[in-house]
Design a protein around this ligand. Sequence first.
Ligand code: AMP
Length: 120
Amino acid sequence: MSYDMNNIFAKIIRGEIPSDKLYEDEHVLAFKDIRPQAKVHVLIIPKGPYVSAQDFSEKASDAELAAMHRAIGKVAKAVGVAVTGYRVIANTGADGRQEVPHYHIHILGGQNMGRMVALD
Ligand code: AMP
């Protein structure tokens, strides 16, 4: 799948639409999910044009890969869930029900997150 330069997260990175930004560095941006599914729901995205976790895993530089994982801990601390815990999700492709075709990690917490998976 080729990268769609007009996906919603590409527009957020370019500053064309607003986001509730929580963290940013050279490689990564984190902002609140617009339709939160938990008391804390944050998205972490790479600034580079990667479609999915699979694409990012295959093509990102070591610096980008490290920045994404480091951001998890930094964002969790910033939003107050580092000690209480949280869930990290990267929906990937069709079976993963990924909606936005720009790689992103969900950080969900601020409450007990229940069972890991519910199939519908
Ligand atoms: P996924 O199903 O993993 O692709 O999740 C996409 C997520 O992006 C959903 O949780 C949406 O609520 C979220 N989302 C879509 N548009 C925006 C936006 N403009 N700002 C913040 N989050 C968004």
